[in-house]
Design a protein around this ligand. Structure first.
Ligand code: ZN
Length: 345
């Protein structure tokens, strides 16, 4: 019996035990329940499958809870996992930011150990290539586990005006975002429209990096750093290139109209994660769920100073075929809230 099948049977028995569950629900558990139950990554070669908001990944590594220039937050979520390229980049970013004068990074969510949709929160962060970095400087002491759960990040943007609070914004915030944008691997940085506007209004000299900084809802206390598909991930679906120019144009002005902030016309429509089954994800994601785990979390944790972890098992080529996307529901058929445009602009 394969591990997936075991998972399947477990989920089915649990559903039956709870009673009153339709045959449909027993037939195929939700992908968020399967991926949300994974505590360790797939110890196979690092590969991302599918798209940022619909996929999974193997060969994940964790960013350590504490590094020379960072502290990870909300540890109970177990979302410190990413493709090694992402985790290594964050480690480098933390060093560069410290050299720039930022006291250290507070690291929010990356991905679940094997990616996939989550029980709560993010629509994306599914393929190990997304990371949230707080816009709050790291305190000069080690935060306790409970502080890491409860501490609030600094709200940078006034929710009424959608403009940044000028008494909270500093040139160091701009430099932090600029540093993140400087890496060739980084394709997009999502920030609140108010933050994008502040950068548009104040950045002098080279403004080419502003192109990567994309306005989006939320992101008023953290920035979302997204890297591109990595070499070797043939099943990874890249994102369209960002538009030419610095983005300080009418596409930004739109965010300061009423339209983006109107109430959801269809609030009862289910979120994608609440309907997404394993069969909606790339076929390789079933093998990712089935793959062996490393011997321990420590064996696949990046601790800093550029030291990559040793993989605990020999990386094996996962079974990916040309039909990995066969039968996949086109992205535009995945339910998303009606009033929101492409979440990945
Ligand atoms: Zn994010």
């Amino acid at each position: 019996m394969t591990a997936t099948f075991r998972t399947f049977v477990r989920a089915a028995l649990a559903a039956l035990a709870m009673g009153g569950v339709s045959a449909d629900a027993v037939a195929e558990p939700l992908a968020k329940d399967l991926f949300g139950a994974m505590t360790l990554p797939a110890a196979t070669a690092p590969k991302s499958y599918g798209f940022y908001s619909k996929g999974c990944f193997s060969g994940g590594v964790a960013i350590a809870t504490d590094g020379p220039n960072w502290q990870a937050m909300r540890l109970s979520r177990n979302r410190r996992w990413g493709h090694p390229a992402l985790v290594n980049l964050i480690e480098k970013f933390s060093r560069d930011a410290a050299a720039d004068g930022w006291p250290g990074l507070l690291i929010g969510d990356l991905s679940q150990p094997r990616g996939g949709p989550m029980l709560t929160g993010h629509a994306s962060h599914q393929i190990g290539l997304d990371a949230d970095i707080w816009l709050t400087p790291m305190p000069g002491r080690t935060l306790s586990a409970s502080e890491r759960e409860k501490m609030s990040a600094t709200l940078m943007v006034n929710p009424k005006t959608h403009l940044v609070y000028d008494n909270r914004w500093t040139p160091a915030h701009a430099q932090l975002i600029r540093r993140a944008a400087s890496y060739p691997e980084v394709e997009r940085i999502l920030v609140n429209p108010g933050i994008k506007k502040k950068l548009c209004d104040t950045v002098t000299g080279d403004r080419s990096w502003l192109r990567k900084v994309r306005p989006f809802w939320g992101h008023d206390y953290h920035m979302h750093v997204r890297i591109g598909c990595q070499p070797g991930s043939v099943g990874c679906k890249g994102q369209a290139d960002v538009a030419q120019g610095d983005g300080c144009d009418k596409s930004l002005a739109w965010w300061f109209t009423d339209e983006p902030w109107r109430p959801n016309k269809d609030p009862d429509k289910p979120k994608a994660r609440d309907v997404m089954k394993l069969s909606s994800l790339p076929a390789a994601c079933a093998a990712v769920l089935d793959a062996p785990s490393p011997v321990s979390e420590a064996a696949v944790t990046v601790r800093g100073r550029g030291q990559a972890p040793m993989l605990a098992t020999t990386p094996a080529e996962p079974q990916v075929t040309a039909s990995a996307f066969a039968g996949e529901v086109p992205l535009d058929r995945v339910p998303v809230p009606m009033f929101r445009p492409d979440p990945n602009r």
